[in-house]
Design a protein around this ligand. Structure first.
Ligand code: BGC
Length: 887
């Protein structure tokens, strides 16, 4: 039966994380969104069918109940290379179905190592610098009647693939960085329309990338995965008569050198256009002068299809200014700090050398390169001559806002230069706006910083000789990241590496992928960092409802807690081993970021207890009651030890710092309401005594505002949030930041760069406050895993008159918007079909909502406060603070 009803619509059908039609599993999970449904509609079942190539129904299935997120594959498992067209319709209680969705094509990649005939190949050019990329090519014949052609491609190094002279795909820095010892991702490309009967050619340029290139701080380490680079390519041809042919990287390929003279992720790319032959990847090219390649050992066991999106050019920016520096340098300003490369259009004599130096900031009008440490971030383009040439580096990435251009032939015009923002292509899912423009700028900066640090993995910073998957940074930022973007696959991929790199005792490397040559001590436990193993999967479960991910990560989660439990001292305290503590608390000296106001053992014990209880929560979800009881007990004992060691009976803490109190309160480590009340009051007193300048580092910052609000000190929370004197979130905004800085004062008030050797202008950790903006200011919080149920509880204050947030959830879009009129709050809530919400207004009134548009009203402040008060305005708050400052 077909139906053409329009009041019940299903769309957004996707497989797994929705990032690619090609999946690395035989049983891809399916999700769909009921985007329109009649009021009160109840989802009773879903009918699914699999169509064959002729559109006939090959298989049918029914999923009873209302599941629609990451539903198990209901058909026979897919074989490698198999394709399936899937469509579905939903049925309500009345049995009336929705129309069938348009068919979605799902394709299995190469699922078994034995599918791989290709091996990596390499070539030696002993007279060249090792940083010089190598080109590899091969010609092959295609017969008549080609039905389809799939290229499975990867590399040891980073690659750029061409077929018959044209680039294949838009991916940058492919295959990205994973724990290559365990996982190397391949891409799948459809070349059916790119091949012609007769002679064809494949060409791949391979640079060192993460495979062999220098990685890490100090002098870094080279050859972290191997000393040879080269491509892995398998082209599979299927003809209309069913016959097959295959072209793979093997000893038949040829290697040569092209125009790339040098390529390093940190240092930049040097390209001599005089050496370019546009025909190099065509069949017509004569590779007689090229050298034969050498076959390397197969990496088929490691090859897998990606679960997240690739790095792409996600935005192209025009300059906002081109000017001369005091010293006479030509400086291009792109107006915002990004990650990526510069693209040129240039016309000049052959051999002209254009040099591009990149940096995030200016210092006294000149390019501020000191924060780059050992990263040169310099690209060199040598013109080929003979007309307009375009150049965009392919094998490097820089964190920058400014580019110093030297050697330009003639006058550099704005149209000659662009900045390409190159990041993992994560769809935007969340937005936030409020009536305070500085907070809006802060939010824009948080988003931009996340984009610039989502370069295939969650990095700490995109500019200096680091760019590592620092676990603590990702841990604190995940709640914000998962609101801003759909990063389910991106982080799931990173977590696979994290689990793979854990040692047999459960220790976690400080950053993932690990670089053992750089950190020879191996994995261990650093509170708040290693705990990414626990916190990130839990947050992903909350946001996306991905129970299978929790299941997959569960051994990794438990192992970290077990690791700590085995290392406790005789008082039951996690006091052994090195800790980073509340990293970069503003009171820590520039050269010792771990030396903040909070005892790092106190921080460690708090995290240990909290994470043990999170693992217990995961065990509940996965129905492992024995584990749940065990980890709950471990967490409770750790909390007891915390109190014995760090809490006075009346609720003072051994460290009299905002982070200590925020941890104790938010991780529920205190004994009773009296202690909590006292701790909340003390926290507010410290924050007031700090004159509402921020006093927390990486681990205290995501908690301190919530701790104040929950303890009843809303106005102090807003004073801290809206502070614009150094150190504070809005100090950076006032200083013209376009991203979030690593240090609260990366740029000092006098315009000089912080003397600390570690000073980035694009670090997302302090941007973890984004979660507070979404959850407490706008008011949308996780209510149930996956976003089926929402908890909506805005906490207006700080003189804000409006705030709103929207979020694309697995069930559809949710919107929350409030407006304050005097003491009254008007709240609008929009929920998609199947979603529900509990709304708590500031006056304490509670309402349960179902799908649709809702308008609510109530008082802005709790009933026990002056009902006429709408909360102080920022000016009143500041005035109150100045008075408080007076001796
Ligand atoms: C990184 C951080 C990281 C820290 C921990 C820094 O160099 O940039 O963000 O978490 O080291 O030691």
């Amino acid at each position: 039966m077909t139906t053409d009803r329009t009041d019940l619509v299903v769309d957004g059908v996707r497989t797994e994380y929705g990032t690619s039609a090609v999946v690395g599993t035989a049983t891809p999970r399916l999700s769909w969104v009921v985007s329109r449904a009649p009021a009160g509609w109840q989802h009773q079942a879903t009918e699914l069918r699999r169509l064959d190539d002729d559109g006939a129904v090959a298989e049918e299935a029914t999923v009873d109940g209302d599941a629609s997120v990451l539903v198990a594959w209901p058909f026979a498992p897919l074989a490698s290379r198999e394709r399936a067209d899937v469509q579905l319709r939903v049925l309500g209680a009345d049995g009336e179905p929705s129309p069938w969705t348009a068919p979605l094509t799902v394709e299995a990649g190469l699922l078994d190592p034995s599918d791989w005939r290709a091996v990596p190949v390499t070539a030696d050019f002993p007279d060249e610098v090792p940083e010089r990329p190598i080109r590899f090519r091969r010609t092959f014949d295609v017969g008549e009647g080609l039905a389809e052609a799939r290229l499975y491609v990867s590399a040891l190094g980073t690659y750029d693939a061409h077929c018959n002279g044209e680039p294949v795909g838009e991916e940058l820095l492919a295959p990205g960085w994973t724990s290559y010892r365990h996982r190397i991702r391949y891409a799948t490309r459809d070349l059916t329309d790119r091949l012609v009967p007769g002679a064809n050619a494949l060409g791949l340029t391979v640079a060192e990338g993460w495979w062999r290139g220098r990685l890490g701080f100090m002098d870094g380490q080279r050859e972290n995965y191997g000393d040879q680079i080269g491509p892995i390519a398998q082209l599979e041809l299927v003809y209309e008569d069913g016959s097959r042919d295959i072209v793979v990287t093997d000893g038949s390929w040829r290697a040569g050198l092209g125009p790339h003279l040098y390529a390093s992720l940190y240092d930049g790319e040097h390209y001599d256009a005089r050496l370019e032959d546009p025909a190099w990847a065509t069949a017509a090219f004569d590779d007689g002068a090229w050298t034969p390649v050498v076959e390397l050992e197969s990496v088929a066991e490691q090859l897998e299809a990606p679960v997240g999106p690739p790095v792409r050019r996600t935005e192209v920016l025009a300059p906002v200014a081109i000017a001369r520096s005091p010293a006479g340098a030509v400086l291009v300003d792109f107006g915002q700090v990004i990650a990526g490369v510069t693209r040129l259009r240039v016309d000049g004599p052959a051999g002209t050398e254009v040099r591009l130096r990149h940096a995030e900031v200016l210092e006294h009008g000149e390019l501020g390169t000191r924060p780059l440490r050992n990263a040169e971030a310099t690209d060199v383009f040598i013109l080929g001559g003979g007309g307009v040439e375009t150049y965009e580096p392919a094998f490097t990435s820089h964190g920058f806002r400014y580019v110093e251009v030297s050697g330009w032939p003639g006058e550099l015009e704005p149209a000659d230069i662009e900045a390409c923002f190159c990041t993992s292509d994560l769809p935007t899912t969340g937005t936030f706006r409020c009536s305070n423009d500085d907070l809006n700028t802060l939010h824009d900066n948080i988003r931009r910083g996340w984009r610039g640090n989502a370069v295939d993995l969650p990095t700490d910073c995109p500019q200096r000789d680091e760019r590592l998957g620092w676990t603590g940074d990702a841990q604190v930022f995940t709640p914000t990241a998962t609101f801003l973007t759909d990063c389910a696959g991106f982080l799931a991929s990173w977590l696979r590496d994290l689990a793979a790199e854990q040692d047999e005792f459960g220790g976690v490397p400080m950053f993932v992928p690990a670089i053992p040559k750089l950190i020879p001590t191996g994995p261990g436990w650093i509170a708040g960092w290693s705990d990414a193993a626990v916190v990130v999967p839990w947050r992903l479960f909350e946001r996306y409802g991905d129970r299978d991910l929790l299941e997959r990560q569960y051994p990794s989660m438990g192992a970290v807690v077990d690791f700590v439990a085995h290392e406790l001292d005789e008082h039951g305290v996690a006091s052994k081993g090195y800790q980073l503590g509340d990293w970069l608390d503003p009171s820590a000296p520039p050269d010792n970021a771990a030396a903040g106001r909070t005892d790092s053992i106190l921080v460690a014990q708090a995290y240990f207890s909290w994470c043990a209880r999170l693992v217990a929560g995961a065990a509940d979800v996965l129905v492992r009651p024995t584990d749940a009881a065990h980890y709950r007990e471990v967490g409770a004992r750790a909390a007891e030890a915390f109190r014995r060691e760090f809490v006075t009976p009346s609720g003072r803490l051994a460290s009299d710092s905002p982070t200590a109190f925020a941890l104790a309160l938010q991780f529920d480590l205190l004994a009773d309401d009296d202690q909590r009340e006292r701790a909340g009051r003390r926290l507010a007193q410290i924050v007031q005594a700090d004159r509402h300048r921020i006093g927390t580092g990486f681990l205290g910052t995501p908690l301190v505002l919530d701790a104040l609000v929950d303890a009843g000190h809303l106005d102090d929370a807003y004073l801290l949030l809206l502070q614009d004197e150094c150190p504070s979130w809005l100090y950076q905004v006032r200083m013209g930041a376009t991203t979030v800085w690593e240090r609260w004062d990366s740029m000092l008030p006098d315009g000089t760069i912080n003397p600390g050797e570690m000073t980035s202008f694009n670090h997302y950790a302090f941007g973890a406050v984004g979660d507070f903006l979404h959850r407490r200011v706008a008011g949308r919080a996780v209510g149930a895993p996956g976003g089926r149920h929402h908890h909506i509880e805005p906490r207006p204050g700080g003189g804000l008159t409006d705030a709103e947030a929207t979020l694309e959830t697995p069930y559809g879009p949710v919107a929350v918007a409030w407006h304050r009129q005097g003491p009254q709050l008007r709240l609008n809530v929009d929920l998609p079909p199947k979603a529900t919400a509990t709304v708590v207004l500031p006056d304490g009134s509670t309402t349960d909502l179902g799908a649709g548009h809702h308008e609510l009203q109530g008082a802005c402040r709790p009933a026990d406060e002056d009902p006429s008060a709408a909360g102080p305005t920022p000016e009143e708050l500041m005035a109150a603070q100045i008075t408080a400052d007076e001796p």
